[in-house]
Design a binder for this molecule. Structure first.
Ligand SMILES: *[C@@H]1O[C@H](CO)[C@@H](O)[C@H](O)[C@H]1NC(C)=O
Ligand SMILES: *[C@@H]1O[C@H](CO)[C@@H](O)[C@H](O)[C@H]1NC(C)=O
Ligand SMILES: *[C@@H]1O[C@H](CO)[C@@H](O)[C@H](O)[C@H]1NC(C)=O
Ligand SMILES: *[C@@H]1O[C@H](CO)[C@@H](O)[C@H](O)[C@H]1NC(C)=O
Ligand SMILES: *[C@@H]1O[C@H](CO)[C@@H](O)[C@H](O)[C@H]1NC(C)=O
Ligand SMILES: *[C@@H]1O[C@H](CO)[C@@H](O)[C@H](O)[C@H]1NC(C)=O
Ligand SMILES: *[C@@H]1O[C@H](CO)[C@@H](O)[C@H](O)[C@H]1NC(C)=O
Length: 585
């Protein structure tokens, strides 16, 4: 493990590695990464915010930390205890340091660090990359902007008082409120005129300069597409705006994560936000879905429930979810591959995610998006598998062997069938689809064709957008046989639910594909893989692929119309932009 004492040196090493990578033509596209040797698997722990909001206290932290140990959660890897917003004061001390509110933390933060370290836990501190912390109530509390080195040094010293302790002190998390100078430092600014990255670079450098092992969790709600720059600065970064206490928050977050899963890896993880498991907001099957997907996408697993305080104890059912050794094992798997989105059946209301695990295993989640219990069938082909020697169905508590072609199991409303596959054979390679560019489709009504920036809207270079309930794109396509065909829809959608995340924003757009007037509706996730503020196409020219079975084909000529029929009744009346389609004849 290496520590660098000056930011200059870091920049030098990063550019050096740029150079090394660029000489190797076969290397993957370069993504500079923070190499502090920490968080080789996603960080796990507890944080005060989701249950106690910005009102933590010493007794709350003590009782929940003790509960982590007593309930067996620490033994399963939940290590860090982080005091979120509300711990500090309106002003700095006379010497300019940040300090704790002694009314709510009478023993002080160094003593809190000792308490946690004595329990074998890590101590997490929260701060903000703005002039004040993320709190709307009075009095406002001072933030770390322009005091990064002083604050990093202070936080490190609260841990460093405990020299016997070799545990990590995470600076968990580093928030983004009151940070945009050009706008007069408002609480939130989702469209800043400069990237937040500079402020996070400054804190990252300040932490490295303390020489203490500090896991750095970046929390700027996904503004300016941090997956592109945060891996170089921190160990995890929030991908989306906050999780909210309503179930619709789960699909909203997942739909934003879809294009970003390949950015995760050991030491640098996509943070889907803290867990609501145990807060009595979701049903138990919903909590299983939330925990399963957060785990297999390799998000930090940070409990946000009241485990134990003078008024509350976590329920046994929720605790069992948080303690599930298999699911924790998928999150902490040594391969460090985040599961990715594979298929969605929009009208039928379910979807499939899957990811490789170590020891030639695979984890698969089949999520029931509907609010009714039923049975669902996984088509093994959809995760690239032909036969499975050994299958473990986690939440149903059953195992199966020699599974061929499909696996069917019951699932509750909004629940998930979570499967571990081992000793499986790979499916035969799919035939090559025939590609039809949107350039050969005719736009009608509101729909318009736009040319994209160089290298974008792949593989076409243009797209048809403004697809309204009355605007569409059409083409005649000849087929040798009729029936249903598998089609790859190439689309662009960067309609990010950031200011709408507190309400009903979904991160999705609909499209309809009508073949000889037989209509298939799909709801596509985001496709953006670049900055929504500063990149050439603002993320609206990054292509995603959505695989869907489309019926209505006839032998001979087919009328194919891409539109958004019925869109006026949806959340967003405009459809996703259309780049092309690959048809598996
Ligand atoms: C410390 O916290 C208490 C309880 O929230 C609050 O009433 C008080 O105003 C805070 N003290 C300062 C100096 O902000
Ligand atoms: C980063 O720190 C440098 C040196 O203290 C300062 O000049 C610069 O304004 C800071 N950048 C941001 C974006 O805060
Ligand atoms: C960190 O380590 C470097 C190299 O050993 C040393 O020069 C520097 O003074 C140390 N910084 C602190 C804050 O201890
Ligand atoms: C998963 O592992 C298989 C077998 O090693 C490999 O062929 C495949 O590319 C991997 N998939 C991903 C998404 O990493
Ligand atoms: C499974 O998927 C393959 C490829 O998409 C398809 O040909 C087959 O009909 C599907 N099987 C079932 C049972 O849905
Ligand atoms: C692997 O699966 C095949 C069938 O899919 C089975 O015949 C074989 O015994 C399994 N091997 C192990 C080691 O489980
Ligand atoms: C997609 O269509 C469904 C069904 O009409 C609708 O409920 C949903 O709101 C639509 N999604 C969007 C993003 O408009």
């Amino acid at each position: 493990m290496m520590f660098f004492s000056t930011p200059k040196l870091i920049v030098l090493l990063v550019s050096l590695s740029l150079l090394l990578f660029s000489t190797n033509a076969a290397a993957k596209p370069l993504r500079p990464r923070l190499d502090n040797g920490l968080a080789l698997t996603p960080p796990m722990g507890w944080n005060s915010y989701n249950h106690y909001s910005c009102s933590p206290s010493e007794s709350i932290v003590h009782s929940n930390a003790q509960a982590l140990v007593d309930l067996g959660l620490q033994a399963q890897g939940y290590h860090f205890v982080t005091v979120d917003c509300g711990w500090t004061l309106p002003d700095r001390t006379a010497s300019g340091t940040m300090t704790w509110n002694a009314t709510i933390f009478p023993s002080g933060f160094p003593a809190l660090g000792t308490f946690l370290h004595n329990l074998g836990l890590g101590f997490g501190v929260y701060s903000d990359a703005g002039i004040q912390m993320c709190m709307t109530g009075e009095p406002a509390q001072v933030g770390s902007l322009f005091h990064e080195q002083q604050d990093a040094t202070t936080f490190a010293s609260w841990g460093a008082d405990l020299l016997k302790c070799t545990l990590l002190v995470p600076l968990s998390k580093y928030d983004n409120c009151y940070s945009e100078a050009s706008a007069g430092y408002p609480n939130t600014d989702y469209s800043p005129t400069v990237s937040p990255s500079g402020r996070y670079q400054n804190m990252s450098s300040a932490i490295l300069a303390t020489n203490r092992s500090i896991v750095f969790q970046i929390c700027e709600w996904g503004v300016d597409f941090p997956s592109a720059w945060a891996p170089a600065l921190g160990n995890s970064w929030r991908v989306t705006n906050d999780i909210i206490p309503a179930y619709r928050t789960i699909p909203r977050i997942l739909n934003q994560v879809v294009p970003q899963t390949s950015f995760a890896g050991p030491g640098h993880w996509l943070d889907l936000d803290m867990l609501e498991v145990g807060n009595n907001i979701f049903t138990i099957p919903e909590e299983q879905t939330h925990f399963s997907l957060w785990a297999i996408l390799k998000s930090p697993l940070v409990i946000g429930a009241a485990l134990k305080d003078s008024a509350t104890s976590i329920s046994t059912e929720s605790l069992d979810i948080l303690l599930n050794e298999d699911v924790i094992g998928y999150n902490q798997d040594s391969l460090g591959v985040a599961a990715s989105f594979r298929r969605r059946w929009t009208e039928e209301g379910y979807e499939v995610w899957a990811g490789n695990l170590s020891e030639n295993r695979m984890v698969v989640a089949v999520a029931n998006l509907q609010d009714t219990a039923r049975s669902l069938t996984l088509n093994l082909t959809d995760v690239g598998v032909q036969t499975v020697g050994s299958l473990k169905d986690i939440w149903n508590g059953v195992t199966a062997s020699n599974v061929e072609t499909t696996y069917t199991a019951p699932v509750e409303a909004h629940g998930t069938i979570l499967l571990e596959l081992s000793n499986f054979t790979e499916a035969a390679a799919a035939p090559t689809p025939t590609f039809y560019s949107s350039a050969s489709f005719t736009p009608t009504g509101d729909a318009v064709r736009t040319t994209c920036s160089t290298g974008l809207c792949t593989p076409v270079g243009s797209k048809i957008g403004n697809i309204s309930p009355t605007g569409s794109a059409s083409l005649s396509i000849t087929a040798a046989s009729g029936g249903s065909k598998l089609v790859d829809i190439y689309f662009c959608n960067n309609d990010i639910a950031i200011s709408t995340s507190w309400g009903y924003g979904t991160n999705t757009r609909n499209m309809t594909i009508a073949v000889n007037d037989v209509v298939t509706r799909i709801e596509v996730p985001l496709s953006g893989k670049s900055s929504e503020l500063f990149s050439p196409g603002l993320g609206w020219q990054d292509t995603g692929i959505f695989k869907v079975a489309i019926g209505g084909w006839q032998e001979g000529t087919n009328s194919v119309v891409v539109g958004n029929q019925g869109g006026a009744a949806g959340y967003q009346s405009y459809g996703a932009d259309f780049v092309g389609m690959g048809i598996y004849f």
